[in-house]
Write a protein of this length. Structure first.
Length: 175
């Protein structure tokens, strides 16, 4: 399946696409491209008209670090703490599926349109969350979506705590 079809399949929340990406070690670079595109789209959309190379690179770097962090958290929480008997996974499989679940984030560039900003942001945020649940379910071979939701909620809490702690630690240095 081509890269474009995979991105569209991920956006359509197609489980077959996520299974294919999970099984293809060569898809790691494609997943990284999706995450990079998401970072660029977020930089454009969330710039509020003040788009700079520095802000775009910073946001893209933050998105990539977030992707890697999220993959590690999902691997440990879903692959170890909440694993089912049939759960078999490794870090790269998680990274690939998580990367493609960021595909709806490519639409964040549309947030730059002021009249559409709140609605577009809300739709893309929910869409990405649902894509994450689908990706986690397929990457970890869960039989029930409730376990994937639990992994995503726990992961989100961990990421939120880390983000707040990072803000407190480095915020004064940046401002």
């Amino acid at each position: 399946m081509s890269f474009t079809r995979r991105v569209i399949g991920a956006m359509r929340l197609d489980g077959t696409t996520y299974e294919e990406v999970e099984a293809d070690p060569g898809a790691l670079w494609q997943a990284a491209a999706v995450v990079g595109g998401f970072g660029l789209a977020a930089g454009i959309g969330l710039s509020g008209g003040a788009l700079t190379v520095r802000s775009t690179l910073t946001l893209t770097a933050a998105v990539v670090i977030g992707w890697l962090s999220w993959a590690v958290i999902v691997y440990h929480v879903g692959g170890r703490l909440l694993a089912e008997a049939q759960t078999r996974t490794d870090g790269p499989e998680i990274a690939r599926t998580i990367g493609f679940s960021a595909a709806p984030g490519l639409l964040l560039a549309l947030v730059a349109v002021p009249v559409a900003r709140p609605v577009t942001f809300a739709i893309v945020a929910v869409w990405m969350l649902v894509a994450m649940v689908v990706a986690v379910r397929h990457a970890l071979d869960f039989t029930h979506v409730s376990r994937a939701i639990a992994v995503c909620l726990i992961g989100w809490l961990v990421v939120a705590i880390l983000a707040v702690a990072t803000g407190f630690a480095f915020g004064p240095l940046v401002s």
